[in-house]
Design a protein around this ligand. Structure first.
Ligand code: HH2
Length: 369
């Protein structure tokens, strides 16, 4: 077995296909006519029309698949110049199809109505200031707003129901009156979700994926609301105490698969269901990087991917900077751009104008004409 990225002919194309495609075999077999190589790519979450387009390519890769993943393989006689060229041409075409499938990014602006959020705690606790801030994010290009009344930063203490209701209700009401941009409510409590949906929110963003208060799923379903299921290991208060995984990517995918099945069972509309790997929620630096590197694997669930990297601690760990969290703008932009290229569709951010720019440029570079 040799590494295709080192092959002079296929290497460049194979590198360009990653991270949206995963090469998992490039076997070389000697034959009487010369060396025959067999290259195999696996693509996650390809839309049926993209898969059909790849299968229809002339002299193309043969496809097999298990319904979620599409596997393409092709045997090439390295001595045979024409065959080498046709294999390369089909890989280039595959790359074009994959790139065209990068979804347009949507920017979700964060409105934290809390005294203790990790990067902007206390700045928007006053409802009028929170509404003003939300409208400023809309002016900067936010496609949706995420209102939250409970900090979930590592080590944070839970907030009482009354306190959370009191924080978010006037803000959701005020924003829903003032803007047509959809509003999500960032909560794990069914009563808070219901109050926010009654006040004009249309999406429930639940970092516990329905485990803290299972009734939240029924509330989202009854309102015909959108629902974000996020992965978290443990609880915010303790989640960063030495999180352990055997294989973080597979475990997150399996967790989300299971929680989405529960949400659908409770009546949540599949077309309004989103998934989120939960960057920073019960994950070490290496776990976060591994998830961002292999974000494409979440596409196997066939649902839009939301990613929240904005200003998070892993960025400070990488840069070694001791500056306050709200200055992690360059690192956030880099992570947003990479997430877009890996297929993230909704980017949850604090700095809307800058991250919208980063996301749009990343997509334009990622797509080939
Ligand atoms: N991150 C935070 C809060 N809610 N929701 C989703 N779906 N995904 C995330 O990554 C996510 C989230 C943490 O960020 P922030 O709201 O700014 O901080 P705090 O929890 O301290 O209020």
């Amino acid at each position: 077995m040799s590494d295709i990225t080192r092959d002079p002919v296929f290497g460049e194309v194979a590198r360009a296909l990653q991270p949206r495609a995963q090469l998992f075999a490039f076997a070389q077999r000697p034959s009487s006519q010369g060396d025959t190589v067999s290259c195999t790519f696996r693509f996650h979450g390809l839309a049926p029309e993209d898969r059909a387009a790849i299968e229809a390519l002339p002299g193309s890769l043969k496809a097999r698949g298990n319904g979620r993943d599409s596997v393409f393989c092709r045997r090439v006689d390295l001595e045979h110049e024409a065959e080498r060229h046709s294999a390369l041409r089909s890989l280039i075409e595959v790359e074009r199809i994959i790139r065209l499938a990068i979804p347009p990014p949507r920017i979700q602006g964060v409105v934290n109505v809390t005294p203790d959020s990790f990067s902007d705690g206390g700045r928007f606790l006053d409802p009028a200031r929170a509404i003003e801030h939300g409208l400023q994010l809309v002016a900067e290009g936010a496609d949706l707003l995420d209102v939250g009344g409970e900090s979930t930063r590592p080590g944070s203490e839970p907030v009482s129901l009354d306190e959370e209701l009191c924080r978010i209700k006037p803000v959701v009401e005020g924003l829903a009156r003032a803007t047509k941009v959809p509003i999500s409510i960032d909560t794990t409590k069914s009563q808070v979700a219901r109050a926010a949906l009654d006040a004009g929110a249309t999406i429930v963003n639940d970092i516990s994926a329905g485990r803290r208060d299972p009734a939240i799923l029924g509330v989202a379903a009854a309102h015909g609301a959108g629902y974000v299921a996020m992965h978290m290991r443990g609880e915010p208060r303790t989640m960063q105490a030495a999180p352990q995984y055997d294989d973080v990517v597979t475990e997150v995918v399996e967790f989300l698969r299971e929680r989405c099945a529960v949400a659908l069972e409770a009546g949540v509309d599949r077309t309004k269901l989103w998934i989120d790997p939960g960057i920073g929620f019960g994950k070490s630096l290496e776990h976060n990087l591994e998830l961002l590197r292999h974000l494409g694997e979440l596409r196997s669930l066939g649902l839009p991917i939301l990613v929240g990297v904005s200003r998070k601690a892993f960025i400070g760990k990488i840069t070694g900077s001791t500056s306050p969290a709200d200055q992690r703008i360059g690192g956030t932009a880099a992570a947003v751009a990479m997430a877009v290229l890996s297929g993230a569709e909704i980017l949850r951010v604090h700095d809307v104008a800058v991250m919208r720019e980063a996301a749009l440029v990343a997509r334009a570079i990622g797509r080939s004409a």
